[in-house]
Design a protein around this ligand. Sequence first.
Ligand code: SF4
Length: 445
Amino acid sequence: MSAPTESLITKKPEATEAGNYFVSNYPPFSFWKPDYVPKVAEILQQPRPDGVPLGVYFHIPFCRKRCHFCYFKVYTDKNAAEIRAYINAGLKEMETFARQPYIAGRKAHFVYFGGGTPSYLSVPQLQDLSSRMKDMVPWDEAEEVAFEAEPGTLSEKKLEGIREIGVTRLSLGVEHFDDHILESNGRAHRSGEVDKAYRFARSLGFEHINIDLIAGMMNETEEKWRYAVGRALELAPDALTIYQMEVPYNTGIYQQMKAEGKVTAPVADWPTKRAWVSYAFDEFTKAGYTVTSAYTAVKDPNRIKFVYRDSLWDGADLLSCGVASFGHLGGVHYQNQADVGPYMQAVDAGTPPIFRAYPTTKEERFVREFILKLKLGRVNAAHYRAKYGDDPLVKFAPQLAYIQSEGFGRVDGDVVELNREGLLQVDRLCHEFFLPQHKQYARYT
Ligand code: SF4
């Protein structure tokens, strides 16, 4: 890679402080309550719905090592017997759900293995898990089977096993290509393992290989970021996903900040992270890729879809199994027990291992679908009028005026479009659209 000639950063600093930035669902999790858990059982007693796609999610909470920026509950010390017991518990949970009227007889439209590190499992464990899942909720009509992998766990044998269980979308948690950055952020893998795993995965014919990068890890520099983007381009993945580094409270980085009495996280500020993502998007666009969301560039948007994301944002059902996993059935969000002990005890006792839930109103579903799809950079108001009988151009008139006046995008007829500046801070803008009872950061009032 050639050395940078001009800095990418043109905006004034805006420090990264501790807290969550990324909006993954709505209403916010702080409104989900144990009191609402019986609502999930009520939905399960209803007849199966027509025309609502069903997804299946299985959570694997094991990792080789805990990254310093990780905010998930992960386990790095479980032996094979404990992992087997966990898989059996997740399958028992799935079986209970799969027998209920709302799920029985439905097939999976999409499947997702998330974590943690699903690729931490051995090939026999993966074969056992997937074949028993298929017996309960068949995958033969699934449009996508997605699988998250940590490059250092991907031997050739492991990749063959992942391909054989039917995975179509392999997502590699690369995060960076500089070994010092990987090491100092607590990642278990190194860049050599990425190259090896990627090339072998490519030879096995996965339909969709995604590479994840993180902009703004500790010790990141502009030069190293340009290098990482260049290396990612050389691999020519089907999709590139970039997250801007955030530092939630339950991370190792925050614990260190707290111990040192620091308010500002030891990572790049927000304008710098946005500039770095924008640079990556520019480089990938020059190579023929299309930016399809605030986080993603894809090589061929007609062929490469992300069915899991798009289905969930559209309001699909998600039967979610495993510790801390998030599901959604018939308008009711739910999350399982966040620690493996209480989770396994609940499953053993034959009770739902659900910790909290939230039954959404039609208005909340409308807002949810609007803000999540805004992350794609373009929404059409006609869709919402037809689906919800509500007009976002009217309902969100102040927010849309704010977006236009700040130069983050425009409204053209029915189409709301964010420009690059707006897209790269869409998670902040999403808060503007929250209903008053859920709002914490509105700027236009
Ligand atoms: S690999 Fe992912 S889930 Fe595991 S510790 Fe690192 S960030 Fe967390």
